[in-house]
Each structure stands twice: as structure tokens, then as C-alpha cells.
Write a protein of this length. Sequence first.
Length: 153
Amino acid sequence: MTQHNLTGETKPPLPPARQLTLRFSSTRRGARLARQLTVQQFTEWTGFPYDSDPTRTVALITAELASNAVRHGSLPGRDFRLTLQLLPDSCRVEVTDTRPERLLPPLTRQPVDETSGRGLLLVQAYADHWGCTNRDAYTKSVWAEVRLRATGS
């Protein structure tokens, strides 16, 4: 089936959205595996090389969100969930943890000598859109979207 706009021109159909959802243990190893799997799936879906800017951006965002889920959003024995969606013009990374009462902290600059506390600032800097959603009383999802730009633009 083709789509028609008001002038009657035919547009090619949009590619179908792709989605992958997996659960990982709330450990440093789980966060690392989430990042590695995201990079592998992203490059397979898009054809971008491992060392391209979009791939590095998606990897960094996944690493930060998964690391925060492990460090701040986990309860003993509870996993975190990673959802990766390839949309027609962007990639969405969503990490869901089991601590909905731990809302996102305000984004403030950390002192230079601090060794942590800049993860969400990086997400804010690299993502085109990002946010936090509480869908129920038991979980919190932090998500970020990265627009996929053609090489050279």
C-alpha cells in the first residue's frame, strides 16, 4: 500500500520500527553487557560502523543510563530492563529500574575534583531528547533519543 499526500504524489512507505527489550542483572557486568549488546544491535540495524559518531553516542547514553540504574535504581535481586528502538529517523534507548521513588536529581555542575555525578549531564549533551517516565508504582524509565543523521551532514 502506498501513502498519498494532498497533491497526489506517492511516497515510499516508512521502514518498520524495530525494537529489542532485554533484562540485565543490576550489576556492573549487567550494565557493560547492556552497552555491548546495544552497540551490536544498533550497528546491525543501521549499518553504521562501530566507530561512527551515532554508534558512539548511543553507546555512551546506554552506558550512562544502565550505570545509573545499577548504582541508584536497583533493589537486591531486581534486574533492570533495556529497550532499544530504531525509529524511522532516530534511536531510542530506555532503561527501566525498580526505584520509582528515586527521581532524577537536578542537573548541576559538579566540582572539578568530583569523580562522579556527570552522567546525566552527558546524556543531556548528547541526546536530542531525553526524560524520565513513571508508568506504574514499581518502576521508573529514563529514556533518550538520538537523531540519526546521514554521514557528512
